[in-house]
Design a protein around this ligand. Structure first.
Ligand code: SF4
Length: 214
């Protein structure tokens, strides 16, 4: 029987090789984009990678990533450290193409979400994060009813099955939600909650390259 480490490595290989959505007739651009360590205490779950993520082979690579890491930096989290030591994944892990109607990338269909779901569940079971940051509605709906508006969720945390969850809105430039003043205040609250959990999980602080070279 495979060890947790062996199964984690196998899972990464299986996700990269997966073509289930293509076989089901959906336009996606593999490979699956995930990044991180089995030992991570914090896991981010996005919606799906964009085209630049596929080119760079890393999650939240471009504009959305810049805004996400601005938020995390405000919570005291160093981007380089986070990318090297924590875990980043998505509800569906292959680029779903542009939305033909405009407004950013295509939202993965319910079928694609279901096809990719076992990967996400196994990532969660193997990594066992202590703090989960679902980013955007699709990821947030893994934890909260779709009937609860984002305005009621962003700026709150919840302990779900022993794991703390702090939702964030999607940081994409195509989204107007995070540009609304009242919602910015909700994001500020969410950032403070992330900072609180980060300090709880890493009370001694962490070794970043900036600190290491200081
Ligand atoms: S999105 Fe998920 S299920 Fe679909 S092809 Fe990519 S890895 Fe497989």
């Amino acid at each position: 029987m495979a060890t947790r480490r062996e199964r984690f490595d196998q899972l990464q290989t299986e996700m990269r090789a997966c073509r289930q959505c293509l076989a089901a007739g959906y336009f996606v651009v593999p490979p699956a984009i995930t990044k991180g360590k089995l030992s991570a205490k914090i896991m981010t779950i996005g919606q799906a990678p964009g085209v630049t993520e596929v080119e760079a082979l890393r999650p939240f690579n471009a504009g959305s990533g810049r805004r996400l890491f601005q938020w995390l930096e405000q919570a005291g989290i160093d981007e380089d450290w986070f990318r090297r030591t924590q875990y980043m994944t998505a509800v569906t892990k292959c680029f779903p193409g542009k939305n033909p109607a405009g407004g950013g990338d295509r939202v993965p269909s319910r079928t694609e979400q279901l096809l990719c779901r076992p990967f996400l569940e196994e990532e969660l079971a193997l990594v066992r994060p202590k703090l989960i940051i679902p980013i955007g509605r699709l990821a947030i709906q893994r934890y909260f009813s779709p009937e609860i508006p984002l305005e009621e969720l962003i700026g709150t945390d919840a302990e779900i099955n022993g794991v703390w969850v702090v939702p964030l809105p999607h940081p994409s430039g195509a989204s107007r939600w995070h540009q609304i003043e009242s919602n910015r205040k909700r994001i500020d609250k969410a950032i403070k909650l992330i900072a609180k959990h980060y300090k709880r999980l890493f009370p001694e602080g962490v070794k970043t390259k900036k600190r290491a070279s200081a």
